[in-house]
Design a protein around this ligand. Sequence first.
Ligand code: PLP
Length: 420
Amino acid sequence: MINDLAKYIEGANIPVRTTDGKVVKRIYFNNAATTLVLRPVMKKVNANVPLIAYIDAPGPLGKRITMKYEDVRDVVINFVGADASKDTVIYPKNSTDGINLLSDLFYQEDPDQVIITTAMEHMANYLPFTTRFETAVVGVTKEGDLDLDDLENKLNMYKGRVKLVTVTGASNVTGITPPIYKISKLVHKYGAKILVDAVQLVQHRPFDMKPHYDDEHIDFVVFSAHKCYTPFEGGALVGPYDFFCKYKPYLEGAGITNFISSEKVIYSDPPKRYEAGYPDIFGIIAMGETIKFIQNVGIDNISKYEKMLYRYMKKKLKNIPKVIMYAQDSDLINIPYIAFNVRGMYHTDVANYLAYEHGIEVGAGTAGADIYVQSLLGISPQEAYEKYIGGKNPGIVRISMGMYNNVGEINRFINALKKL
Ligand SMILES: Cc1ncc(COP(=O)(O)O)c(C=O)c1O
């Protein structure tokens, strides 16, 4: 079954016309940006369309849709190994929204604290902190891994002032998966909490928050459904219920209060307190269904299969002399992404050539991880700025595969690249 998941995917292998008029099957290697969509998920979503009602609306259909929406919280709890008696699941619009929310709450807790983030992060897990707090940024090694000695130095340097360390569970550029449990142990030793940005992790690898008493426990986790084969907004921010009880909403509006008068506002308990405005009913139903699909296939099976794809792709790319791959000496590449450049060519030209002339879609640019990409390219901030001023932002080409890609697609991609 794992070899043939494309049959469950909308738009996989559809015919597309190339610049020279040939019709070829579409190949989608840009899953880190957003994935194609699971057909069974859409079927479930569509079945709910005629039965739509507002959350908490009176009547059986209101009750039904409310239950469907609320039940997804348990699906998420199970998916990330959270503790239903201690954790809560908030539905942000996406991970960016969830991380901004968390940043706001830590700011409410103490605006003078120091937050540690890393040079490997997507900007969604960087700017929400660097723009609000005094931050320390953990560097990366020449292999492209996180520098854990630097993390410990920073924890030491800011001892007593660091309350949160935020780190990616998997790089959206190189596919490196930092050792999150080793990191959480270290972070807890210094009395801080850890947020894992699992946006690129949960669809590729088993993930477990571990029990609260465990020093490897992950305090907060966030992910987005649209990277897990749904077409909608919607995601999850999971963390301790007691923590979320302490703060005011980040977004004000209706649906987040128990009582309001012109004199008094009493906020609802979490998670409702943090879900102002129209609830993303279909996005959340889709998230629940996609998680169940992934669990049915088996995340271990997905991981094994994708590792095979990654190794095959890497081997083939290594044989093309003009391809420069980044961070390929890391031992921690566990998701099927590869960042590369073609010697003498600008990254977007390579990506456009693949898309227009071969129907193969890949990413190009900085993938939202500007600082990491600059470090992989060995470019200083000043050099990066000069390139930007000159109209040529530095960047890479990124292949990001998913559970429905296959070896035949890799062969076609390699042949296309060889023709450059
Ligand atoms: C590692 C990582 N974190 C966060 C995000 C932000 O996700 P979203 O755009 O769904 O909020 C991305 C998006 O690519 C990402 O790759």
